[in-house]
Design a protein around this ligand. Structure first.
Ligand SMILES: [Zn+2]
Length: 365
């Protein structure tokens, strides 16, 4: 993990720098008792004002029934342990002192290395998540799409209100004052579509235009944020962008605040550049043109990352269950108040207080 990426912009941010640093170190130094820390947080929370609602959050479970391995960069990956870590997370989220209304998983529920047993792996992890006993909202990551059909994923994950174009974006209202928008990072992508599909063809066109390497998974020669033009990435179609604008207009009309969830990060500085969504700038412009978006949450990068942009939007990237060593934990819950949002991370996941003040560059057309 690289918490150099957890930059803080904006003068009124309430991020606790020391706490983020603590979680940065937590990736490298064994903590004496994560359970004690989780319990201590819960006890201190009891005396605070009741939130309007709360929910659980988990990222990149990436389970596979295969021996441990490493990422491309050499980070250890604990494939089988991911299920045990998730079971513990679900148990703690279900039985914790804060009642949670639902949980959100940020994509890559299974790993792409379980080709033969992908559906069995998916069923097993969905079974663990469903033990939560309340709704679980899902989104698709690249690993979900390497071996599993989109339609099958939609069906098994019981994703609500899907668009007719086969994409995986949707929204829901967890509270009258809030709208949660789940974007599909792989609406335009190579994984998940047949090569003849227009969205695959569009992805190929974008990749050819922006990555001159023969192997489109190789960002060699690309500089800075241009390194996002890799074949394991993806983007949002013009149809999804139009739908997103409409969602924000509707939310504004209803005086709702909005949180945005996505597998791929939007904001440079929250994650290594190859992890950024292809057309992140277009999506950020939509968010910044409307005063209702408060925060974005993403996974994919397997690290804590945080930037509050100059328009006051909080951009968070959350670490993976997969790369959390056995015996350690990586999940959180989010408490939503009228004037702030509070992420309470457990063990390897950072904690953060977010105020809701926003500036708007221009109103969305
Ligand atoms: Zn991913």
């Amino acid at each position: 993990m690289n918490l150099a990426g957890a930059r803080v912009l904006g003068s009124n941010s309430s991020v606790k720098r020391s706490k983020i640093l603590q979680h940065h170190l937590c990736d490298r130094i064994a903590m004496p008792s994560f359970r004690h820390r989780a319990q201590a947080l819960s006890e201190s929370e009891k005396s605070q004002i009741k939130p309007d609602f709360s929910f659980g959050i988990v990222a990149d479970i990436q389970y596979a029934d295969i021996p441990d391995g490493h990422s491309y960069h050499g980070t250890p990956r604990f494939y089988r342990n991911a299920k045990a870590a998730l079971r513990r997370a679900v148990s703690m989220l279900r039985e914790g002192s804060i009642p949670l209304s639902f949980t959100i998983q940020l994509g890559d529920i299974v790993d792409g290395n379980c080709k033969e047993n992908a559906e069995k792996a998916l069923d097993g992890i969905l079974g663990e998540l469903n033990a939560f006993g309340k709704p679980v909202y899902h989104m698709l990551g690249n690993h979900c799409l390497y071996n599993l059909d989109r339609e099958l994923l939609h069906q098994k994950m019981e994703i609500p209100n899907l668009p007719a174009d086969g994409g995986s974006y949707y929204s829901f209202e967890p509270h009258p004052s809030w709208r949660f928008v789940v974007l599909d990072s792989y609406d335009v992508s190579l994984p998940g579509w047949e090569p003849s599909h227009p969205r695959y063809q569009l992805a190929l066109e974008w990749l050819k235009k922006n990555n001159p390497n023969e192997n489109k998974n190789n960002p060699q020669g690309l500089e800075g944020v241009e390194r996002r033009w890799v074949a394991f990435g993806g983007g949002a179609s013009p149809e999804q962008v139009a739908w997103f604008k409409q969602q924000l207009q509707e939310a504004s009309a209803k005086k709702q605040r909005v949180m945005v969830f996505s597998h791929l990060p939007f904001q440079p500085g929250t994650a290594p550049n190859p992890c950024l969504q292809w057309n992140y700038e277009e999506l950020l412009d939509v968010m910044r043109g409307s005063s209702c978006v408060v925060a974005t949450f993403a996974g994919h990068a397997h690290q804590n990352g945080y930037v509050r942009d100059e328009w006051g939007i909080h951009h968070l990237v959350l670490p993976s269950v997969l790369e959390t060593p056995p015996g350690r934990d990586c999940y959180g819950h989010i408490k939503v108040y009228g004037d702030k949002v509070k992420l309470v991370g457990t063990d390897c996941m950072m904690s953060l207080d977010m105020s809701l003040g926003r500036k708007v560059l221009q109103e969305a057309a």
